[in-house]
Design a protein around this ligand. Structure first.
Ligand SMILES: Cc1cc2nc3c(=O)[nH]c(=O)nc-3n(C[C@H](O)[C@H](O)[C@H](O)COP(=O)(O)OP(=O)(O)OC[C@H]3O[C@@H](n4cnc5c(N)ncnc54)[C@H](O)[C@@H]3O)c2cc1C
Length: 296
């Protein structure tokens, strides 16, 4: 080990309560899930200020996964690969494909659901996909009472994509709606690698249904990994005014509004081209939805 470095202390809690107690007593220690993101940071090693580690791998409760009537419930330590294996029987093809774009099989075997939702300043695929699907997250606050709350995934972040509970909560479970009787359609597209090219990548998720010749109950999420997590009830309301056939004029109107919203939402120094890509991506998707509708 290079001179001046010390080994971090590693806590190995067996229960969620123990993990919370470890964190309360060692505020600077960090939760460690698969470690793929933590170890990929440029200053991870060597670093004289290594933070202590609270390993979540020994907490069995966090590795449970099961399918109930209307949702799939997965613990925070379920890996992306385990989610895909279970989901292959349950998820739509589009959802399954969206998750399978994450990293490589080595990364998917190591990276966890909790880790992919809780990175403090970058938003990855799972945040966008699960927020679009209106998935819920159970979090346990780092406090003596360790109160548990269910929060929509969309409310875990601010508009710039910061995780609002970094160091103040442990994410324990996720519930993903899987109601097969619902007529909702889901679309997800990712341009570029959110990890390797975060200042150009764009992730888009859209859930909607079609009824009486129009788009109904739309839920759109656009993520620029290192600068923006965009969901807006107002914008969803605008999408729900779209009726078929969707004309180019209407698409242009929606695009202009999205561009203006994104310019107001992103972090400073955001690549303007990235915003342009997001807007074009939505245009392409609306055109596709229109074509599919007209084709019956
Ligand atoms: C080479 C490479 C390629 C990648 N490609 C993609 C890609 O194409 N698409 C994509 O979406 N992502 C990609 N990723 C990112 C990947 O999704 C994340 O690295 C991963 O999901 C993080 O999960 P983890 O379990 O390893 O988390 P960790 O690295 O262990 O933790 C990440 C953060 O979350 C916190 N944390 C972890 N679990 C919890 C919890 N339960 N409660 C509260 N806080 C917690 C940790 O303290 C840490 O701050 C890639 C990563 C790598 C290394």
């Amino acid at each position: 080990m290079p001179e001046g470095l010390r080994s971090p202390t590693v806590f190995t809690p067996k229960t969620v309560s123990e993990a919370i107690t470890n964190k309360l007593k060692n505020q600077d220690a960090r939760f460690w899930a698969g470690g793929t993101y933590i170890m990929s940071r440029p200053n991870f090693y060597p670093n004289p200020n290594q933070r202590d580690i609270i390993s979540l791998s020994g907490i069995q409760d966090l590795s449970r996964i099961y399918h109930a009537d209307r949702y799939l419930e997965a613990g925070a330590m379920v890996t992306i690969q385990q989610l895909m294996t279970m989901g292959s029987f349950i998820f739509s093809k589009e959802l399954y494909n969206a998750i399978s774009t994450i990293g490589s099989s080595v990364i998917r075997n190591q990276a966890t659901l909790g880790g992919s939702l809780c990175t403090s300043d970058r938003r990855f695929t799972m945040s966008c996909v699960l927020a679009t699907l209106n998935a819920q997250a159970e979090i346990r606050m780092v406090s003596k009472a360790a109160t548990a709350r269910w929060v929509p995934v969309s409310k875990l972040y601010d508009r710039k994509g910061n995780f609002l509970f970094a160091d103040s909560a442990l994410l324990t479970k996720i519930r993903i709606p899987t109601d097969s009787s619902s007529q909702m359609q889901f679309i997800s597209r990712t341009l570029d690698s959110p990890m390797l090219n975060p200042s150009e990548a764009v992730i888009l998720g859209l859930q909607y249904s079609v009824s009486q010749g129009g788009v109904t109950s739309p839920s759109l999420c656009i993520t620029l990994p290192n600068s923006c997590f965009y969901m807006s009830q107002d914008f969803d309301n605008l999408l729900s005014t779209l009726t078929f056939p969707i004309t180019q004029d209407k698409i242009q109107k929606v695009s202009r509004r999205l561009a203006s919203d994104l310019h107001l939402s992103v972090r400073q120094n955001t690549n303007k081209l990235q915003i342009e890509r997001a807007v074009r991506l939505l245009e392409v998707i609306l055109t596709e939805i229109n074509t599919n509708y007209l084709a019956g």
